[in-house]
Design a protein around this ligand. Sequence first.
Ligand SMILES: Cc1ncc(COP(=O)(O)O)c(C=O)c1O
Length: 393
Amino acid sequence: MSVAGFTSTGSKHPQVLFGTVSADTPVRMIASHGCTVVGSDGRSYLDFLMALGAVALGYGHDEVNRSAIEAVQQGGIGSLAPAQEELLAGDIAEMMPGLEQVRFLKTGAEAAAAAVRLARVITGRDRVLGCGYHGWLDWCSASGGVPEATRSLYREIPFNDAEQSVELIRAAGGSLACVVLEPVIDAAPQVEWLAAVREACDHVGALLVFDEIKTAFRVSPGGAVQRWGVQPDLTILGKALANGFPLAAVGGKAELMGRVRDTWISSTMATEWVALAAARATLRVMREQQVTTHLHLMGGMLLAGLRLLADLHPVLIERASGIEELCNLHYRNEDVARRVALACAERGLLFKRNAYNFVSLAHSAAEVSMALDILAAVLREQERAMPPGRNTG
Ligand SMILES: Cc1ncc(COP(=O)(O)O)c(C=O)c1O
């Protein structure tokens, strides 16, 4: 094995996906189309992981591919700032009016780090409060190798808990540069929570940053801001922005974004234009085909099915959680989660056991119902296989 730790995307490690593997478990893949991935053994799997949410139109979407191929044929990269960059910034501003200006980067983690850097420059302060996952970089990470001095600048606020969040923001007070939050964590945000955080940030003079890497282009055309009506100062985009081509962005009001002049945020590859062209095509499809309505409908069907399965199998499942566009089953324990994920894969379904499942434009009611049928069969089988005395609710 030559890739250290098996794969460069930690969340695609078989141990993370399935908990354990058998000889038949798909661990590497060779192709993807629509809502299907093809394992290296040539077998096709109906997919609800959608590259960890990076794809909302379906894999290999024709219009996105055509734009990307054209960009490749036009060289893909060069020595001047590409025209595509300015055009895409305009497209984003049209869909998300709060994003008057943006800067592009390649990964969500980079875009989040750029937002924090900007907030620190704008406020002249160091401390950051966060809620959710914002990538692997030092500013928000407690993993090995992060200096204690860096860790000490970051703290979490609790999702949907207005009282505690406001208390932590006020306690950080004059040293707080920003609050970075994911608008959806296992549930929809309470508008009162978002509004309380907004007000507390204004009170102490800190910026509010929405990390919309999972929610943008899914929960509504204008993202969480449009769906829940609270406006952040800066917004971070990634994942579905270019339907799987590597692209992320940070954006906000021109007056705030203009402060990039006071720091150094730059990446050689940020202006290759294959991903920029893919993103322009993605946003075009988003606008023309009411993609977020489709995701809401298909996701609604999935979530309703998951809730029904949770009611039918309380011994195995604690609850169904999330919102229509990103949802999940919480199993009673890790062993059940592992067995269900493996049994689903054996039947040709990739269904996340401990994080969100995503629908895409390529998922129709037929695929959602196929997934629910497989899950129902697997859960019945798992419940029957439980030792006597444990299969009562
Ligand atoms: C909300 C959120 N922020 C940031 C990131 C980091 O993005 P990336 O993995 O592209 O660096 C992720 C990735 O899962 C995410 O879900």
